[in-house]
Design a protein around this ligand. Structure first.
Ligand SMILES: [Zn+2]
Length: 372
């Protein structure tokens, strides 16, 4: 076996900046769209100064003592002078955007690496945001009091341990966090857990991220084959397989992450970032455009899995004349990318929100399936 660095990208594609195969380009855009919603939430909070915490000194002396304090000095003063309620609010308001911003940085770089055919780096980058950041965000949403108390008063070992990645801890945590989202039934907690942590499942990001990070892995589920080294002898076939896997699973986790961040932002900042209705419409239409490939649909689970299995029966009807689009797949792609669609039958245009409101999705007929 030789290291085929000179064949890393076919010569005819070397001049392009985007090396993604055509079949995953919509998925890539869909993943970026989901990522961008979290970015928009964070930008809105900073631009509107929603991350600030109101501090009202209880006396003129306190006002004078804190007039020129900031950052860690102010934090320490508040803790020492009985302003625990302000410290707790600061902890919540600062942890959410910090965790979410870091999450976005890693996801964006991973997507950027994927676009440039650096899949080993992409998989290595995805481990932290989905295992660490997202778990902290879930915890913050599921039980903010416990999170803040642990953050302020307990050692690091209480916040981070292998036990927190276990199925026994993680699945109930996901379920409790989902209960506080707008659509708790949209995601399957077991699937969300397996995708991130279960080394034994071939579709798990942990399985592939471990191999991307380590040249040789020795655990039975990850065992490196004799005369091989993880990931670095990839060829065209394995890149295609890694791309297919990445884009058949990443949007599920990203949509889940957005659904966790929306209520956290509403709690932390007291208002919802602009564009939520349009985001919900386009992300729903984008989901069906993405899931149209039934090969991908087999890897989904829960309501998403069942909804995807009914793709062939989806009717994208014009909100004006109620007649169906000739090609649902093309109509969904157009609505996702452009945010509107022109109906050649009644010659009127409607936006994605109007189309999403009239989208006819048959009830799922198959039970949820988890494929290993
Ligand atoms: Zn029409």
């Amino acid at each position: 076996m030789t290291f085929q660095w000179d064949r890393h990208v076919p010569a005819e594609r070397r001049t392009e900046k985007n090396f993604l195969p055509a079949e995953v380009r919509l998925s890539h855009q869909y993943a970026l769209y989901l990522h961008d919603r979290v970015v928009r939430i964070l930008k809105h909070a900073h631009a509107s100064q929603l991350v600030r915490v109101a501090f009202r000194p209880r006396s003129a002396e306190h006002a004078s003592q804190t007039a020129h304090l900031g950052g860690v000095d102010l934090w320490t003063w508040l803790e020492s002078n009985g302003y625990q309620d302000v410290v707790r609010e600061m902890a919540f308001k600062e942890m959410f955007p910090a965790l979410a911003t870091d999450f976005c940085h890693f996801v964006f770089e991973a997507l950027s690496c994927s676009r440039r055919n650096k899949l080993t780096v992409a998989y290595a980058l995805l481990r932290k945001p989905f295992q660490d950041n997202l778990r902290q965000l879930e915890w913050l949403l599921a039980d903010s009091d416990e999170f803040v108390t642990t953050f302020l008063e307990r050692p690091a070992s209480a916040r981070e341990s292998n036990a927190r990645q276990s199925e026994a801890y993680s699945v109930p945590l996901i379920r409790r966090a989902l209960a506080k989202t707008a659509a708790p039934a949209l995601h399957d907690p077991q699937m969300i857990h397996d995708l991130r942590y279960d080394k034994d499942k071939h579709f798990s990001f942990d399985h592939l991220s471990q191999k991307a990070i380590h040249l040789v892995t020795t655990k039975p589920a990850l065992l490196t084959e004799p005369q091989n080294v993880n990931f670095i002898f990839s060829n065209e076939t394995s890149w295609a397989s890694q791309w297919r896997h990445l884009y058949s699973t990443l949007p599920i986790l990203l949509r889940y992450a957005v659904d966790i961040c929306e209520p956290l932002a509403a709690i932390a900042f007291g208002e919802i970032a602009p564009g939520l209705a349009e985001f919900r419409a386009r992300s729903t239409l984008g989901f069906f455009a993405w899931a149209y490939d039934l090969e991908r649909a087999r890897q989904l689970s829960g309501e998403m899995r069942s909804a995807a299995s009914t793709l062939g029966a989806i009717k994208v009807n014009c909100p004006h004349c109620d007649r169906p689009a000739r090609d649902s797949r093309i109509a969904l792609r157009s609505l996702f990318f452009n945010g509107h669609l022109y109906c050649p039958r009644c010659r009127k245009q409607a936006d994605s929100e109007s189309y999403a409101a009239t989208l006819h999705v048959p009830d799922p007929t198959e039970p949820p399936t988890l494929v290993n």
